[in-house]
Design a protein around this ligand. Structure first.
Ligand code: SF4
Length: 220
């Protein structure tokens, strides 16, 4: 029988209540000390792991932690500093271009408005959501590869793209829970509900997940 929205909401609440104690510090793994650093780190994290980004950013963040300062590096030098990351040529170009816009249009500050963020080169909906949520604590639900996979396996959404998933999940949850829920799904996806093979046998959600293999479904 198809699950109603009310039943789905209840199950999502149960999922969150089980994940919350496992992840008492729901914050991004990216290291940053201000909103500009977070924006740069998030752009660099596209198709790269947070871990890898955290190795690269300390080579320039302490000295170049504001758009005007980063611009003084110049494209060639900055490109070399981030060259160990995927798509580093495009990313370095975008980061310098967005730094210029921040200086010229936003007094060197990162805006806390989605439309302004998404106007910046290399910044899409997910990156804007990460910055809004983690730098400004504005409710947002970034859908990365982990959130997309986990919420679909859990049968909370059939969304075919990140935007559809975001709409489905945010419709089930109060705004105040969006940011934490995002982090729980990221952590759970990294540690337990991994791609391609989820670790269902040690998953705390095994009895309320439709993806659970038949032999692991509890008997009563
Ligand atoms: S039971 Fe398996 S598929 Fe479902 S959330 Fe847990 S690890 Fe993922």
């Amino acid at each position: 029988m198809k699950e109603t929205q009310v039943q789905k909401t209840k199950r999502l609440e149960e999922i969150i209540s089980r994940l919350a104690p496992k992840y008492p510090h729901p914050i991004t793994a990216l290291r940053f000390t201000n909103s500009f650093e977070l924006l740069v780190a998030t752009v660099l994290a596209a198709q790269a792991t947070d871990k890898r980004v955290n190795i690269v950013t300390p080579t320039f963040f302490p000295k170049y932690n504001a758009p005007a300062k980063l611009l003084t590096l110049g494209e060639e030098k900055f490109r070399t500093l981030v060259s160990s990351l995927n798509l580093y040529k495009t990313k370095s170009k975008n980061i310098l271009a967005l730094s210029k816009i921040l200086v010229e249009k936003h007094h060197g500050k990162v805006p806390n408005i989605r439309e302004d963020l998404e106007f910046l080169p290399g910044v899409g909906r997910k990156t804007a959501s990460v910055v809004l949520a983690n730098a400004f604590h504005i409710p947002a639900f970034p859908v990365d590869t982990h959130v997309f996979r986990v919420t679909r396996r859990l049968g909370l959404t059939n969304g075919k793209n990140p935007l559809e998933v975001e709409k489905d999940i945010t419709a089930l949850l109060p705004e105040k829970n969006w940011i934490d829920a995002h982090h729980y799904f990221v952590f759970h996806g990294r540690e337990i509900c991994t791609a391609p093979k989820p670790k269902c046998s040690i998953c705390p959600l095994v009895d309320i997940c439709p993806y659970t293999p038949k032999n692991l479904i509890p008997k009563n």
